[in-house]
Design a protein around this ligand. Sequence first.
Ligand code: SAM
Length: 215
Amino acid sequence: MLSYEIYKRLDYYGCVYLCGTQPQLAMDWRYWARFFTLLYEKVQAKNTGPPAINRKQPRRVHENIWCLYRSKDKFSDLKITVDRITKKGTTKVVKGKPMRIWGEGKRKWRVGVGYPTSVFYGKKVDKNSPEYVGHPTQKPEKLIEELILMATDEGDWIFDPFAGSGTVSTVARRLGRNSIAVEIEDKWIPMIEKRIQVEKTRTSITDFISEDMSD
Ligand SMILES: C[S@@+](CC[C@H](N)C(=O)[O-])C[C@H]1O[C@@H](n2cnc3c(N)ncnc32)[C@H](O)[C@@H]1O
């Protein structure tokens, strides 16, 4: 059983994110419930979705993400001491105290403290999005960033068995996490490799921590 195989290999304090739609996720839960504890649900609100299946249920414009923990006795705290630094639309994340940085009378940097909420309102990634690389079900980097930050520390390992365009590995690398990605379709592999290569050439997040911020 997949849930048992993952249970055997996962770090004691590790977690699993199950992404999907209802009622499938709830139906799958019976396999996971034997080994895992459901800690919380996060909802990805989308501005679009497929046509209504029938007239007995509302048209679905969201996805559910369930966070399952392996250990039943202890959950680690969500990583809440996170500053977001946005410069020209690029998100950089550093750990530290809440802080605002203003540059030369103009607001060059925008810094906010993110305590995660249960709903992600970011736009669905489509061909009009700057981060779009061509995969039809590409996840928003910001959503993946939140999920990674909530559950892992720098240096931790993340396994993404349905890599698609490689968003998880791309963001994992940006945040100093290690990752292993698996993708069944050959055509997406070059896309994943390219994203990782581009990520490698980006400025390290430590370059964004000025002396002012490090104390
Ligand atoms: C929903 S997409 C993932 C999108 C990804 N999170 C992203 O942001 O690009 C699911 C991917 O899983 C792949 N997939 C489906 N079944 C698989 C399997 N058994 N093993 C590995 N990959 C699989 C599909 O080819 C598809 O690219």
